[in-house]
Design a protein around this ligand. Structure first.
Ligand SMILES: [Mn+2]
Length: 255
């Protein structure tokens, strides 16, 4: 599997500085896994998007890189605004695991609080081709935007009510007929007990095992063009748990 490092935290507006270190740490952690849960041993190649210290430029640099990407791939951020350039290049359908909808008022350049709204309003992504999973904290403006624009989402409350198997069935049904599906994983979709090393601590999230269950089933879809994993911050981590969990997620996706 092709891994693409995007070492930028500029889109977190200093609120999650440190995520620029995550790509190297997560890739380094892969060597602690020997064989995936399905018995396969993944192989990796590693590339890096050279990013500058200016957020608008970073979006352009990422977009330019992904204009010529060979699929499939796993991109490793970085803050969640690194997803902006990827999706601006690929114009995919998007399945996003995140505690937050990232739909705050549009302004330029896009940040990790509004990258998704910017993708919609700049016409890179069709709002009918977006599915959000794991939401549990939002600004009222974001909630109203989700409802008004009929964006499909599965909140943590819905997942807890329906149970993980039924919730996963419903997510699979929602995305399986999209062409060109990109899956974005914000590590804060996990409960902070499993992934404390991130910018915003949001209680009541998925367990690591529940996310791995989603991944195991999603890997069966034929329409996936790529994944990314964002918002891991080693500076806020406990006992390297979040970094190691991120490494396992990458290892299992690639297997
Ligand atoms: Mn988030």
């Amino acid at each position: 599997m092709q891994l693409i490092k995007i070492p930028s935290s500029l889109g977190s507006m200093k609120k999650n500085a440190g995520t620029e270190k995550a790509p190297n740490l997560i890739i380094d952690g892969l060597k602690e896994f020997y064989c995936a849960e399905n018995g396969k041993v993944p192989e990796f190649s590693v590339e890096e998007v050279k990013v500058s210290k200016n957020l608008s430029e970073v979006h352009e640099q990422v977009k330019k890189y992904f204009d010529k990407i060979k699929e499939p791939f796993i991109a490793i951020g970085g803050d969640h605004s690194t997803t902006y350039g990827i999706a601006a290049a690929l114009k995919p359908a998007m399945l996003i695991f995140d505690a937050h909808p990232d739909l705050m008022q549009k302004f330029d350049p896009p940040t990790h609080e509004n990258y998704l709204r910017c993708l919609i309003e700049n016409n890179f992504v069709d709002k009918s081709r977006i599915v959000l999973v794991g939401l549990r904290n939002w600004d009222k403006e974001e909630y109203d935007y989700l409802i008004k624009n009929k964006i499909t989402f599965f909140s943590m409350a819905t997942i807890a009510r329906d149970g993980i198997i039924e919730a996963c069935d419903d997510v699979m049904s929602a995305v399986k007929n999209f062409s060109r599906l990109f899956i974005s994983l914000d590590i804060d979709v996990l409960d902070p007990i499993f992934a404390p090393g991130t910018g915003y601590i949001e209680p009541g999230g998925l367990t690591s095992r529940e996310l791995l269950y989603f991944i195991e089933r999603l890997k069966n879809l034929k329409n996936i063009i790529g994944w990314d994993l964002v918002e891991v911050n080693s500076e806020k981590d406990t006992n390297n748990l979040t970094v190691k969990t991120a490494s396992k997620i990458v290892f299992e996706i690639a297997s």
